[in-house]
Ligand binder design. Structure first.
Ligand code: UT7
Length: 383
């Protein structure tokens, strides 16, 4: 018994931003970006929200809109969805959750919804949370039936898992080290509980502390407007400035001098990354997570049909491939046209893999993620 992916889809904003276009904005070149990352262009949401992107990807996964992959003909009944989980670091609102916004946009009357934030490893963490919830629910329902009592928790048989990012709102467009990397987009899968399918074979999650802050995005509203004096009141000035920036309007921040200790991050509410340090972490973390799930499942890498990694940098994927002793052709690499879309990236690439015919029923598939936190993880399942 286990979870089966019965549909998947992705959605991209209209606006394409090429490397050459960015070379007109910061001191960079198409040649540098392609050589160092493999990225040729990305999409930027100027007219779409994260909810728009997430809901479109979800409709394609559910089959209520064309453009996705479905296990069977016909659309999924919206009343059959029990759970919506969204992985994001750039949702439209903090409250309601991004998942609740997508659920409302889709009209899923029986679903409960919440978000998962595990940065760029979000997809693997989210899939782990949802598959575990469905499994626990199946165990509870079986025990309840055997004991002649009602289930102890919400019965959950079918879930919608979405990665939705409007990440470019967190990008400092004056920082060439980061602005060339990221893009917007969403990916979604529908997971169905099946008594006769193996589903997830093994999983592995890991969090490594990041005391140096090699990958951070400060929360602009860390700066409270608490009105009763002291250091926190001084911080309020920064709050206004940061909020203006987040609105997409400002360039340089005219920071007041007296920034209270612990609030410095709010002066820069953008993606801050020490590229080389993250590169080193990511390359090792990917191979470690991949080997861990193989070990837990008692399988060899040659038994895995397709590996779908987080799409941060083609060089990181090549490095991991080398460590695992396999060719790059075993990986789904989709980043050239979309860049790094954080928590959306693995599900977007997975949609490409299903739609491209790379994954067939019975194939072993591995998802691998890594990112801020520092988070890493992998999930091995049978399609
Ligand atoms: O999704 C979350 C996880 N994130 C990642 O996995 C990202 C991991 N890191 C990376 O992918 C890579 O470190 C980067 C693509 C971010 C950078 O590549 P790199 O080969 O590590 O470059 P670097 O940071 O060592 O910089 C090399 C040079 C520097 O110039 P100097 O000091 O050698 O003169 C940079 O200033 O390249 C310069 N540089 C650029 N030049 C042109 C940095 N960004 C750019 C740019 N265009 N956009």
């Amino acid at each position: 018994m286990g979870c089966k992916i019965i549909g998947c889809g992705k959605a991209l904003p209209e606006r394409v931003v090429t490397n050459d276009e960015l070379a007109g904005l910061v001191d960079t070149s198409d040649e540098w970006i392609v050589t160092r990352t493999g990225i040729r262009e990305r999409r930027v949401a100027v007219g779409e929200t994260a909810t728009d992107l997430g809901a479109t990807a979800a409709r394609r996964a559910l089959g209520t809109e064309a453009g996705g992959w479905r296990e069977a003909e016909g659309a999924v009944d919206p009343t059959s969805i029990d759970l919506v989980v969204c992985m994001t670091i750039s949702g439209d609102t903090v409250v309601p959750s991004q998942a609740a916004m997508i659920k409302a946009a889709l009209g899923l009357p029986n679903a409960v919804a919440f978000d998962v934030n595990a940065a760029c490893a979000g997809c693997v963490y989210g899939m782990e949370v949802v598959t575990q919830m469905l499994e626990m629910s199946a165990i509870d329902q079986r025990a309840a039936a055997a004991e002649g009592r009602p289930p102890r928790s919400n019965p959950m048989r079918r879930a919608l898992v979405v990665g939705a990012e409007r990440l470019t709102r967190l990008v400092d467009w004056t920082d060439r080290a980061t602005c060339v990397l990221f893009g917007d987009g969403a990916g979604a899968v529908v997971l169905d509980w099946r008594e006769d399918e193996p589903g997830v074979l093994s999983s592995f999650l890991k969090n490594t502390d990041d005391p140096e802050g090699v990958l951070t995005v400060a929360n602009a509203f860390d700066m409270t407007t608490f009105p009763f004096g002291g250091a926190i009141e001084a911080a309020g000035e920064h709050s206004v400035a940061a909020a203006t920036l987040n609105d997409g309007t400002a360039a340089a921040l005219d920071a007041p001098e007296a920034c209270p200790e612990g609030y410095e991050g709010a002066l820069n509410p953008y993606i801050n990354m020490q590229g080389q340090a993250v590169f080193k972490f990511a390359s090792n973390a990917m191979a470690e997570a991949a080997l861990a799930v193989l070990d837990r499942a008692g399988m060899g890498i040659d038994e895995v049909k397709c590996i779908v990694p987080h799409q941060a940098n083609e060089r990181i994927i090549k490095y991991a491939a080398k460590k695992l002793g396999i060719g790059l052709d075993r990986f789904q690499v989709s980043l050239a046209s979309v860049g790094n879309t954080s928590a959306s990236s693995v599900l977007m690439a997975l949609a490409d893999a299903y739609q491209g015919g790379r994954i067939e029923p019975g194939d072993a598939v591995m998802l691998v993620g890594f990112g801020g936190g520092l988070t890493a993880g992998a999930l091995l399942y049978r399609a």
